[in-house]
Design a binder for this molecule. Sequence first.
Ligand code: SF4
Length: 340
Amino acid sequence: MSEMEYHPPYLDLYCSGELGDRARRLEQMLSSCTICPLDCRVNRLENEIARCYSGKKAIVSSYCAHFGEEPALVGTNGVGNIFFGNCNLRCVYCQNYEISQRYKEERKNEVSTLRLAEMMIELQDEKKCHAIGFVSPTHFAPQMVSALEVACSMGLHIPIIYNTNAYDSVEVLKLLDGIVDIYLPDIKYSEEQAGYDYSGVKDYVYHSRNALKEMYRQMGSELLYGEDGLVKRGLVIRHLVLPNEMAGSDGTLKMIASELSPNITLSVMSQYYPTNRVTETNAERSDRILLINRRIREREYEKVLELLDELGFENGWAQEFESQDYYKPDFTNRLEPFTK
Ligand code: SF4
């Protein structure tokens, strides 16, 4: 852990012209979209729509100073979160389903590149946020980078957080190297069947693990802290514990410990509650859906925390078990450091 006045590398990429080059390469990928592992190959530049229901322009559902993320990101003024609309996954329990799965309605919230850049500047200069947090950025990675280029010309200088469901393409992540300051992936499952049943993709584990490895390659396990005591650069892996071990917490944590590092910073969440299609009364629900139609039990959560200890994880945060009683849908700021 080291302290310094932080200078985001994206500013150097902007000055050298590399940021613009990366933006153009990413935009080009929209012409036969391979931005996420689904590889739909529609021409989003012509607003052809596929799985994520998103065309040429970014969709922003809301943006604000947000105080629900991990304490080392939030500080006193919050993270300047920009919540993108729609998503490449279709999680039956999505806690943000009102913005991620109301596809047609969300398209009304399309914004220009300039407007997206202005939002970043507003969050930095008016709200005094410590970082810009792009929430569900995967399907809008090109638009995000194009707007970042404009925002640099307007004086943006705070870290960029990529807050993702981890179903990301390695090719795109390589193009984000030096652009993203903090990766915040939520790793959801360790069995492909769970990814199919609950998020509608057959290869979540394969792609999310490759994505994690690429993020780790870029960042390593150490977090860089600024003089204000907040994280400026690095990788923080989130994991939401599901009932009946449906998140495969055991497999995910063991993979992180063995294939990445037990020094990685984790953020373990107890806040799961059944919502969205899990609770639809008129839906015919499979046994798999019924397995996640309750909150997690205290013992289930304790087992995950015990495993953290066994595997030697020492860095990060675990939500209090009780947070599930009052959480909807953000983190609370009552995260506790792991205790040894
Ligand atoms: S970003 Fe959207 S259109 Fe592109 S591959 Fe993914 S789901 Fe398909």
